[in-house]
Design a protein around this ligand. Structure first.
Ligand SMILES: *Cc1c(COP(=O)(O)O)cnc(C)c1O
Length: 355
């Protein structure tokens, strides 16, 4: 049976990305060596990193003066590296969920942190809007897509300080104005590659300004200067990211991804709103196009497990909602087809007809 992968992360990748990466794992570009067993300093690996960086810059229209680096440690390590490198006096954080809170916790180890606003009291079912950012903070940190709750800031804020964003789960799903950010980071395993690599976009002239000694490995300058080759980078995940970047370019880039994301959203949210059994969990204007969260309406609560099994039998994978939200979460990253969304909708319709 055909499987439709709605996992939140690690998550769906285009089939050709998986096949091409698997092929290079057996024989890297005809060299007779596996991608897994060659040196990251080999002549034929440097072009992989170079092309990945070039495609990052091209696809996101990254202006001059920014570097793209690939690191280990996940987005979670960035929660600490960001303040270590960018926090001079104080920083503002928008608390939109567990990941934002974790980022804030690490920043507090480094300096003064202002929680600008929070939707914790409503279990993060909306993006706070009633705030103004003080002009004297070094940066405003935001989480553009809240993977767990299914809320998203699908635009650039108009603020008079630089922003820093965790874009782990919506990078390359829409055009962004990189010039508004001092840094953008994320784990690759949501929308870019297999797990194991973290991407960071940094504004070069903002590095080295923080008044503290930074451990070598946690200093962005180390990795910028060495082109992500200071120590051994995760070569297979980086190669996998390159394949996705090629796929993105061949499929119309971020503008095309934005368009199809909106189509997917209309299909799935449309059915959630129409179907008598289900309801969405977040404020309509903040609905994520990447992670679509929904539950059974109160009067049908007891059907939850039955729907999960019903959908699983029909090939839907990874629909279970995060434990802090419950219900269902259909993650619809770039590689999710309209066909996959239609299959989910059909499943919801059939289940409604049964009840
Ligand atoms: C998954 C996720 C993280 C954590 O990423 P790791 O790479 O596992 O550290 C952080 N932020 C967001 C928005 C996420 O979706």
């Amino acid at each position: 049976m055909k499987k439709y992968n709605f996992n939140a992360g690690p998550s769906i990748l285009p089939r050709e990305v998986i096949e091409n990466t698997a092929k290079q794992c057996l024989d890297f570009e005809g060299s007779g060596l596996s991608l897994m067993e060659m040196s990251h300093r080999a002549k034929n690996f440097q072009p992989v990193v170079d092309e990945a960086v070039a495609l990052f810059k091209e696809l996101l229209e990254i202006p001059e003066g920014y570097s793209v680096i690939f690191l280990g440690g996940g987005a979670s390590l960035q929660f600490y590296m960001i303040p270590l490198n960018f926090l001079i006096k104080k920083a503002a954080y928008l608390n939109t969920g567990v990941w934002a809170k974790k980022a804030m916790k690490e920043a507090k180890l480094v300096g003064d942190v202002i929680e600008l606003a929070s939707s914790a009291e409503a279990n993060y079912t909306y993006i706070p809007k009633d705030w103004t950012c003080p002009a004297d903070v070094d940066y405003l940190h935001i989480t553009t897509n809240n993977t767990i709750y299914g809320t998203e800031v699908r635009k650039e804020y108009d603020v008079n300080v630089p922003m820093i964003a965790d874009m782990s789960s919506d990078i390359f799903s829409r055009p962004i104005d990189v010039s508004k950010y001092d840094a953008i980071y994320g784990g690759a395993q949501k929308n870019l590659a297999m797990a194991g690599v973290t991407f960071v976009i940094v504004k070069n002239d903002k590095l080295g300004l923080a008044p503290r000694e930074i451990p070598t490995m946690l200093d962005y300058r180390t990795h910028v200067e060495k082109g992500s080759m200071f120590n051994t980078p995760p070569v297979v995940p980086i190669y996998c990211a390159l394949e996705t970047l090629r796929w993105l370019k061949a499929n119309g880039g971020v503008a095309a991804m934005d368009k199809i994301a909106r189509e997917r959203g209309e299909i799935v949210y449309g059915e959630i709103d129409r179907n008598k059994l289900f309801r969405g969990t977040v404020a309509e204007e903040d609905r994520s196009l990447m992670n679509i969260c929904f539950v059974m309406k109160d009067e049908y609560k007891e059907l939850e497990k039955e729907f999960f099994d019903f959908a699983t039998e029909r090939g839907m994978v990874g629909l279970k909602g995060h434990r802090s939200v419950g219900g269902f979460r259909a993650s619809c990253y770039n590689a999710m087809s309209i066909e996959g969304c239609n299959a989910l909708v059909q499943c919801m319709k059939d289940f409604e007809a049964k009840h």
